[in-house]
Design a protein. Structure first.
Length: 285
């Protein structure tokens, strides 16, 4: 399990422990993705999955990790990123993914049925500052994390940034010549980028655009929109954003996706690109 040549590479899968109860553990997710010739990147809003991903790889499982820079996990600070890089180990063929905060601003309305993972966990208590200050500029801490991400073997992801925040992060990433930047669920309503926005970023080779299956499953966007995004930007990554107990498992996700790709009128080459080639290129050292 030392390379990313897979049938599918899912850069966004939630396993427990997390803010809410999940279908699988990191090891369970690794076994599920091994069964479909996949690679999986484990995400938890509680913070860092680097150690559990490292442990799963010692068992031969196709897993890499993330760190989410919420206040609960140490906040937006280069030291948090560095610690996660060390914990992730040096054996992974995939870069660690570093997410900007996801617990920010008012709670996003969700149609998901959620059950807290721990009875003492008060999610609202841990909501922190957004990435822009009151003047509309990136906070110093965010700029410092971007500089750290430039020099470390990581992918920076925009977390739960809105449209304006995402575009400011893109500008700073371009200024710093950041090698990899993932626009997390870029066209989800809480992010709000359009295919026209994304087409204007197609000349930035380090910028990748994520579309998630969960966004389609919950009816926020449809397959036609997926096709528009894929045709607007050359580096689209189709991930699941799954792991919820009442949502499809990895194998069912792939089956459902085939129908969406057909409705989106994607070619076989485009399907291969968004499900395997682009995410592998994003994660590759």
């Amino acid at each position: 399990m030392r390379d990313l040549a897979r049938r599918v590479v899912d850069v966004h899968y939630h396993a427990g422990p997390d803010l809410y109860r999940r279908r699988l553990t990191t090891g369970g997710a690794g076994r599920a993705y091994a069964g479909i010739d996949g690679w999986v990147v484990i995400k938890s809003h509680l913070g860092c999955t680097a150690a559990s991903a490292w442990e799963a790889r010692q068992e031969g499982l196709p897993v890499s990790g993330t760190v989410v820079l919420n206040d609960l996990a140490g906040g937006v600070h280069p030291r948090v990123v560095e610690q996660a890089v060390y914990t992730h180990g040096q054996d992974s063929p995939a870069r660690l993914v570093v997410h900007l905060p996801t617990l920010v601003g008012p709670a996003h309305p969700s149609r998901l049925h959620r059950q807290s993972f721990h009875p003492l966990l008060d999610t609202e208590r841990w909501r922190g500052e957004r990435v822009l200050d009151d003047t509309g500029k990136l906070r110093r801490s965010v700029r410092e994390v971007l500089r750290a991400a430039r020099d470390l073997p990581v992918v920076l992801a925009t977390g739960h940034c809105d449209r304006e925040e995402t575009l400011r992060v893109v500008d700073e990433a371009d200024r710093l010549d950041l090698p990899r930047l993932l626009l997390t669920h870029a066209t989800h309503p809480m992010t709000g980028l359009t295919p026209a926005d994304l087409s204007q970023l197609d000349g930035m080779p380090g910028v990748y655009v994520e579309v998630t299956a969960l966004t389609l499953l919950l009816g926020h966007r449809d397959a036609r929109h997926l096709g528009d995004v894929v045709r607007a930007h050359p580096r689209v990554v189709f991930s699941s954003d799954l792991g919820q107990p009442d949502q499809p498992g990895p194998s069912e996700w792939l089956s459902l996706s085939e129908g969406w790709f057909e409705q989106a009128q994607l070619t076989s080459h485009q399907v291969r690109a968004v499900t395997a080639l682009n995410p592998a290129a994003l994660l590759a050292p």
